[in-house]
Write a protein that binds this ligand. Structure first.
Ligand SMILES: CC(C)(COP(=O)(O)OP(=O)(O)OC[C@H]1O[C@@H](n2cnc3c(N)ncnc32)[C@H](O)[C@@H]1OP(=O)(O)O)[C@@H](O)C(=O)NCCC(=O)NCCS
Length: 145
């Protein structure tokens, strides 16, 4: 699984930000960490990595294959992550996104995430990271409560 996720990650991020299969494998072995893959007829469309601990969840990374973007795959992956996190007891989801990443910011805003902080010059290209927070219970994703 880690090899496939590294391939998908490399399609979504510039070289300086790519994660190796080894790094992804180590993450997936940690408690509370999980990966979800979107696929159709066995073909991978994209993936998301997340973690849950002590009532809080986090999106570690998400990527949709370039040719398949803007068809709802990213939203479906995030929705599945929220459902997984809620089932594991999370009430709040945190996400980090580059200030310059318009598509991801739009996606997270559409789900209801709000700005909760900023990490200055966080990324390799010198851009700031925005820390976003999503209240899982009120975000509109069914959580069986
Ligand atoms: C961010 C990313 C995962 C979005 O995936 P996607 O499958 O294209 O997103 P969706 O089709 O589910 O879009 C859902 C909503 O997000 C917003 N959105 C997504 N891409 C957008 C874009 N390029 N411009 C404006 N809004 C966008 C829209 O509100 C969209 O809803 P709509 O299509 O009904 O208007 C994808 O662009 C990607 O893989 N980018 C490279 C990796 C990356 O930057 N990951 C995020 C790191 S924080």
């Amino acid at each position: 699984m880690a090899g496939l996720l590294a391939t998908l990650h490399a399609e979504g991020f510039p070289p300086a930000e790519r994660w190796t299969a080894q790094a992804i494998g180590l993450l997936l072995d940690l408690p509370g960490h999980f990966g979800l893959i979107a696929e159709t007829r066995g073909e991978p469309l994209g993936f998301v990595l997340g973690r849950v601990a002590a009532g809080e969840a986090e999106v570690l990374t998400i990527a949709v294959r370039p040719a398949l973007r803007r068809s709802g795959v990213g939203r479906a992956l995030l929705t599945a992550l929220v459902e997984t996190a809620a089932a594991a007891g999370a009430e709040t989801l945190f996400l980090e996104v580059s200030e310059s990443n318009g598509p991801a910011r739009q996606l997270y805003a559409a789900l209801g995430a709000v700005e909760a902080g900023r990490r200055r010059r966080y990324y390799a290209d010198g851009t700031d990271a925005l820390v976003l927070r999503l209240d899982i219970k009120s975000c509109g994703v069914a959580t069986n409560e």
